[in-house]
Design a protein around this ligand. Structure first.
Ligand code: NAD
Length: 249
């Protein structure tokens, strides 16, 4: 029997990287998984990869109408939501002096506004015992050049999780953050691609990770299973680092 047997879970931005790994692992553990993404073709491919019983809902986390449609669909089909993983996020490089309004607005819209309204709109569907997981980042605790705006959004996400843990404890809902270090995903490789001619940021970060390598999306998914399941029943308001020792060692 899987650790999430019978549970209904939502993973936003579940078409690639960490979100896809979390959705796949949740399905293996017996959950019914709703996953979201903005592009239909990518979403259809992810739903097929995750397997039978998975439901894809095309939606942009920064669009409140899309979120209303998403939660109306979940309510109609499942009637409740046991696990929410606010995963959708973007990262682009911009040093101070290069930050445009477009970069700032887009990063905050998806990474902070998207998280706030995903969890707020999920709230009526969350039963006693539900688990909310917010994807923050080791960037919230570090000063990585070129990543100030992204890191500020992740520091916001980390605090959202802590504050919501306090606000929702009385309802028996746990809220935790996962802070991955550099994980091998399309997202982090895209970062290197935008810094023309320079060594990939991911590779230079790997060199300073105590365990000596980038992490794998499956390793983040394993942490998400723990936080989603009753194995973590006394854990709320925590920030679980999955970072090869980057921040703490
Ligand atoms: N990869 C890493 O090293 C790393 C490290 C720390 C934190 N994180 C965080 O983990 C999460 C996932 O990152 P990843 O590396 O897997 O990224 P990724 O780019 O590989 O995947 C992000 C997913 O979010 C989706 N997405 C983006 N904007 C969206 C929107 N507006 N609405 C719906 N979906 C949207 C993308 O389509 C994609 O499926 C992000 O929140 C990221 O900040 C990643």
């Amino acid at each position: 029997m899987g650790q999430l047997e019978g549970k209904v879970a939502l993973v936003t931005g579940g078409t690639t990287g960490i979100g896809l790994a979390v959705a796949s692992r949740f399905a293996t553990e017996g959950a019914t998984v709703y996953l979201t993404g903005r592009r239909k073709t990518a979403l259809d491919a992810a739903v097929e990869a995750v397997g039978a019983g998975t439901v894809g809902v095309q939606s942009d986390v920064s669009n409140l109408d899309d979120l209303d449609h998403l939660f109306a669909t979940i309510k109609e089909r499942s009637g409740r939501l046991d696990v929410v993983v606010a995963n959708a996020g973007i990262a682009d490089l911009a040093r101070l002096g290069e930050i445009t309004e477009e970069h700032y607005d887009r990063t905050f819209d998806i990474n902070v506004k998207g998280t706030v309204f995903t969890v707020q709109k999920a709230l009526p569907l969350l039963p006693d015992g539900a688990s909310v997981i917010v994807l923050a980042s080791t960037n919230a605790s570090m000063g990585i050049e070129g990543m100030s705006v992204y890191s500020a959004t992740k520091a916001a996400d980390r605090n959202l999780a802590r504050t919501w843990a306090a606000e929702l404890a009385g309802r028996g809902i746990r809220v935790n953050a996962i802070s991955p270090g550099p994980i091998e995903t399309p997202g982090i490789r895209g970062l290197g691609a935008s810094a023309q001619g320079e060594p990939q940021l991911a590779d230079s970060l790997a060199a300073v990770i105590p365990l000596g390598r980038l992490g794998h999306a499956d390793e983040v998914a394993a942490a998400a299973v723990f936080l989603a399941s009753e194995e973590s029943s006394f854990t709320t308001g925590a920030e679980l680092f999955v970072d090869g020792g980057l921040v703490q060692v």
